[in-house]
Ligand binder design. Structure first.
Ligand SMILES: [Zn+2]
Length: 656
């Protein structure tokens, strides 16, 4: 999400890059798809992206589930008080706090040893900065500017660039750097503040943000200077967020090569080396510790062209998405990767799919897509966006999930507004602010349409493309040109992997039919005002087997995971709104018997009956004369659900 501004250097810009010029009329349509075998050019210097994203301010969201989610997120961000997040930063700088500190991971003694104090401020600064970039709503810039000024004051008062909110004070980082024993994840936590300052610099046009950030980076350069490589790598055995990525970003923003050198030192060789050799050694590793490291590898590849960084990040993406992921695009049990052969043992855990993991997987996906614009990356992006990120937000309160468990009869549990501040609360502050960042990409003389989300794309003065759609409720989308002059460019429509035959009409006339799923349909043409592209992408009900076990299945319709909606049996009325882990016991310990299905997947699909509601089916269960209703998982809230079905399960064994 930080790449649009960063990627401007050396890339094609503006109208010219899209080939939007008045020329004679010609028309053609082809299917194109870069395969994974085609690696980007390996250079010894910065690697040009094949495509790049548009500025957040070039894309407006129109009414639909994503805009609604963003609005809920706006309300939440505006409800929080920056001074409460700044409380301990000021104390550690020798300044009096201006407000009481928040609860949860920010101050609750129960969580003191994980040392996540202050991570929320970093995410909040990112969230407000991205929200300003996406909406130009000055209320978010004012908040970002205020926090940046406060952090500058902290640096001035403490006479050091270091900024922390640890209860022990800034000296905890001395302990970390000395190699002495400590608990928790201090580097992970301070990384969030680095990233917040980077995002403030990129999206709010506040030069002070980069000043504070470079001071912070200078502190890191000096503080780590005396560490041997061995000591450095030992330090990296603990979770350290995306320090390599953010330092590489600051290198690009400033041109100061010391930050790139430090970014490389922050690359954990135990992870980089095997991945670069296409060895999946992820069993048992903490998932969300690894993904940010890999994002950093990809970033450093973009800047250096050094092959190992690319090989590691591309292989990691492939092995995680193809062999380790659930139908929703997330992975892991209890935050950890497990052996692929043990999928059947882990799938029904209540602690699958930590939401932070897909926050990071989507960042990695869009970064790799910019290097190699394969439809497979965009397919995954869509899958995780609907079934994990959009699904993570409470439609009533805007609060967000931590785990999205597959345990039959589980229910989404959301953070509380000011007493949780989990990692996923923090990434949730950013997730719903940036829905307009990956709908469209620009290539040389082309516009790529990756997602079917109502929106307006501004391509330049007097030229825009408006996408109107009720997708996924209706499997079609419409793109209309508004232009004050004829323009030539190639519109590349993603033909999704889940659609057998996609059809394109231009100005009401059938133009081309594609049977090549997971590819791009290329429409090269001179476009005129009011030209309309209609794109039909029929969906069908399918099942997806669990990796390695064809008798455990999930239902999907198009890209949308369908879950059995099971009601609220055993759940205290109203108790789950804006709650948190306190409800966990209620959900998990109340006796509850979810329905079961049996037979073969093809028969179940045949028996499924569509209802009057879109994307909704009734399917007979093993209980006599009883059906279960399958609905989009992303819409499920405040009720129990089933996402995976064991077709060989005995009902009693499923009692939870
Ligand atoms: Zn998390």
């Amino acid at each position: 999400m930080n790449q649009y501004a960063l990627s401007r250097r050396g890339l094609l810009k503006g109208m010219g890059s899209l080939g939007l010029a008045a020329v004679s009329s010609n028309v053609c349509a082809t299917n194109g798809n870069a395969s994974f075998a085609q690696e980007p050019e390996l250079a010894s210097s910065p690697v040009a992206r094949a495509v790049s994203s548009f500025a957040l301010s070039d894309v407006d969201l129109l009414d639909g589930p994503f805009l609604k989610a963003r609005i809920r997120s706006q309300h939440y961000l505006l409800s929080l008080e920056p001074d409460r997040m700044l409380h301990t930063f000021r104390i550690n700088a020798g300044l009096p706090p201006k407000a009481d500190v928040y609860g949860g991971w920010e101050s609750n003694p129960t969580w003191a040893e994980i040392h996540c104090h202050g991570h929320t401020l970093g995410h909040y600064l990112s969230g407000c900065s991205i929200m300003y970039g996406a909406t130009q709503d000055v209320r978010f810039k004012e908040r970002a500017d205020y926090i940046v000024a406060e952090l500058r004051d902290c640096q001035t008062a403490s006479k050091t660039g270091l900024l922390t909110a640890f209860p022990e004070g800034n000296s905890l980082m001395d302990t970390v750097l000395s190699g002495r024993k400590y608990t928790g994840v201090p580097w992970y936590t301070v990384h969030k503040v680095y990233a917040g300052l980077r995002d403030a610099s990129l999206y709010t046009s506040n030069p002070m943000a980069l000043e504070v950030l470079t001071k912070y980076c200078d502190w890191a350069v000096t503080a780590t200077a005396l560490l041997t490589d061995e000591q450095f790598q030992k330090m990296l055995d603990e979770e350290h967020g995306g320090m390599n990525e953010v330092l590489a970003d600051v290198y690009e923003m400033t041109g100061n090569v010391r930050y790139l050198t430090l970014a490389k030192r922050f690359c954990h060789q135990k992870i980089l080396d095997p991945l670069a050799k296409s060895r999946d050694h992820l069993d048992g590793l903490h998932a969300n510790t690894q993904i940010p490291k890999v994002i950093g590898f990809s970033r450093i590849y973009q800047q250096t062209g050094q092959r190992d960084y690319f090989a590691a990040s591309a292989f990691f993406w492939k092995t995680v998405t193809n062999t380790r992921s659930f139908a929703n695009g997330n992975h892991g049990d209890g935050e950890h990767f497990f052996p692929v052969v043990d999928f059947s043992e882990h799938v029904f855990s209540a602690k699958t799919s930590e939401t932070c993991c897909d926050y990071n997987m989507l960042k990695l996906t869009r970064m790799l897509f910019e290097l190699n614009p394969s439809a497979a990356y965009a397919d995954f992006y869509e899958r995780a966006l609907y079934n994990d990120i959009l699904a993570s937000q409470d439609p009533d309160t805007g609060m967000v999930t931590y785990f999205q468990g597959n345990r039959p009869g589980y229910m989404k549990l959301y953070c509380s507004p000011i007493d949780s501040f989990w990692c996923c609360t923090g990434t949730g502050m950013e997730n719903h602010a940036k829905y307009n960042d990956s709908i469209y990409f620009k290539g040389a003389h082309s516009v790529l349409v990756n997602l079917f989300i109502p929106s307006v794309l501004r391509l330049g003065p007097g030229v825009s493309l408006t996408q109107t759609t009720q997708f996924p409720d209706i499997a079609t989308t419409k793109l209309q040109w508004k232009t004050n002059r004829p323009v030539e460019t190639t519109v590349k429509l993603r033909h999704p992997h889940w659609c057998r035959t996609a059809t394109v009409k231009i100005n009401g006339k059938r133009f081309v039919e594609s049977r090549q799923a997971s590819s791009y349909i290329e429409l090269k043409r001179v476009w005129h005002d009011d030209d309309v592209i209609e794109f039909d992408v029929p969906m069908e009900l399918r099942t997806i087997p669990l990796p390695g076990n064809e008798r455990i299945i999930a239902f999907v319709y198009g890209p949308i995971v369908l879950a059995g909606a099971l009601g609220r049996e055993g759940i205290t009325p109203g108790g789950d709104l804006c709650v948190n882990e306190r409800l966990y016991g209620t959900v998990m310990n109340t006796p509850f018997s979810p329905p079961t299905l049996t037979g073969d997947p093809a028969t179940l699909i045949r028996l499924a009956k569509s209802t009057t509601q879109p994307l909704t089916f009734d399917i007979p269960t093993n209980r006599p004369s009883t059906t279960v209703r399958l609905v989009p998982y992303y819409k499920i809230a405040h009720e129990r659900y089933v996402t995976y079905w064991n077709l060989d399960a005995e009902e009693d064994r499923l009692r939870v």
